[in-house]
Design a protein around this ligand. Structure first.
Ligand code: GLC
Length: 454
């Protein structure tokens, strides 16, 4: 009891110390690599990768019992063809900067051999080993940042609530052992401690660069308690980056599936499935096209966001060919257009161009993303600066252009009209680079009468 009071007190003291310390400068420094990143790969791997139900939710919605899900699927989770170095090589080839894999989804199954629950890959599945450490090692070795997904809710934990499906409570008790001194704690304090313990275990073992929480909606911030969690993480690793699903204590926004229409004020990342599922599902054939995925990637980057694209490996550790093909298509496109995407900064406001744009860091170039087939001409409006040249990124060919109707005495720049009648589009999305002699500026006025005619 004494020990636990000391632990709680020390957490509280570090909490106050860290909470007071973080300045905008320190935050910006911590977020630097994340802001520079463009593409992340999300991996949902767990018992559900057996492939016939959704991840965790199937149990929640009572379409499968706890035992059929947790025990039935465990015998299929063999990881017998699991080669994380091949995964990492593939992701690296596509152009990923970071990878985030589920260490534990809402169902409670941990992919590492946690000492705090028996429901883990080593003790609970046919894999009979920790499958998380090899992932961390492979990703780090390939030169990408390591992200750890961790579900705050644990629907198999006997002390967790709310639970809205029947569970074998007595059996669960044995699967989540706790030290004697916690006998007189409330169920919820035991659960809070359990979560902190598992997080500490993950931090000690893997020193993650990013932690990706999920499930925060099941409790309020002071119940998890989110602030204590955030500050503990920062004490364990002052450089950690935390997604937004820690109530309001995250570092960046985490929209899901649809890119925001308005540019978020702080860094952000869109997480996106390739079909309709996060985990592997045999019968989910509703795959998005490479064009759709590339367009979504562009729409995110143009607004300063990253794309976190999800992959759902099978229970044996292989990735479905359809997912590999999609990744390769994206990678091939990204490779050709890296200049506009990896090094591109958020674009100019809508109204200047009919589509997404990014800018070069020196402020001299605008990249125009053309999602459709070329049709005669394109226009770029309200840009003050002298055009040096206009080229297509994929074939390096010049695009003929003229400046239409400028009125320099009113400081109105005119319209850059590009002739694309002969241009060949790139596969999926074409990019045109408009380069100016000096850094350009924007004309945001409302027009003017022409006072000086010839
Ligand atoms: C949702 C789902 C979860 C999935 C996550 C990924 O929050 O609960 O199943 O892992 O989205 O963003």
């Amino acid at each position: 009891m004494k020990k636990s009071i000391i632990l709680l007190l020390s957490i509280l003291i570090t909490t106050i110390a860290v909470a007071q310390k973080e300045t905008t400068e320190a935050y910006n420094e911590r977020m630097e690599w994340f802001r520079e990143a463009r593409l992340g790969i999300f991996i949902h791997w767990g018992l559900y990768s057996e492939g016939t139900t959704s991840e965790s939710w199937a149990m929640y919605h009572k379409s499968i019992s706890w035992s059929d899900y947790m025990e039935g699927k465990a015998s299929v989770f063999t990881a017998e063809n699991y080669h994380p170095e091949e995964w990492a090589a593939l992701f690296k080839k596509v152009g990923a900067d970071y990878v985030v894999m589920t260490s534990k989804h809402h169902d409670g199954f941990a992919l590492w051999d946690t000492k705090y629950s028996k429901i883990n890959a080593k003790d609970w599945s046919a894999a009979k080993r920790d499958v998380y450490t090899p992932y961390v090692d492979a990703v780090r070795k390939a030169g990408m940042k390591v992200g750890v997904y961790y579900s705050l809710c644990d629907w198999s934990h006997p002390d967790y609530s709310p639970i809205n499906f029947p569970r074998p409570e007595k059996k669960l008790r044995k699967l989540y052992p706790y030290p004697k001194m916690q006998t007189y704690w409330t169920k919820w304090s035991r659960f809070q401690q359990f979560n902190l313990n598992q997080m500490k275990e993950l931090f000690d073992r893997y020193q993650p660069d990013l932690i990706w929480f999920d499930g925060d909606w099941e409790h309020k911030a002071d119940e998890w308690p989110s602030r204590v969690i955030k500050d503990s993480l920062l004490t364990w690793n002052p450089n950690i980056v935390v997604n937004s699903r820690l109530n309001s204590y995250g570092d960046y926004n985490t929209p899901e599936q649809d890119p925001p229409i308005k540019t978020p004020e702080r860094p952000w990342e869109l997480c996106l499935t390739m079909n309709e599922s996060w985990g592997y599902q045999k019968d989910d054939n509703d795959y998005k096209s490479p064009k759709f995925l590339i367009e979504t990637f562009v729409r995110s980057v143009a607004k300063g966001g990253n794309l976190l694209l999800d992959v759902g490996p099978k229970a044996d550790g292989t990735i479905e060919q359809r997912q590999i093909d999609l990744l390769e298509e994206i990678g091939a496109w990204y490779h050709i257009h890296e200049e506009a995407v990896r090094y591109g900064q958020p674009g100019i406001p809508y109204g200047h161009f009919d589509g997404e744009t990014t800018l070069s860091a020196d402020g001299k170039s605008i990249y125009l993303f053309c999602m459709g087939k070329f049709n005669q001409m394109l226009t770029l409006r309200g840009i003050k600066g002298e055009v040096q040249n206009i080229t297509m990124l994929h074939n390096k060919l010049d695009v003929p252009f003229k400046i239409q109707d400028s009125t320099p005495w009113n400081d109105i720049p005119g319209i850059i009209v590009m002739d694309v009648s002969q241009a060949e589009d790139a596969r999926y999305v074409s990019v045109i680079k408009v380069e100016f002699k000096e850094p350009f500026s924007l004309y945001r006025g409302i027009g003017h009468g022409v006072e000086l005619n010839d």
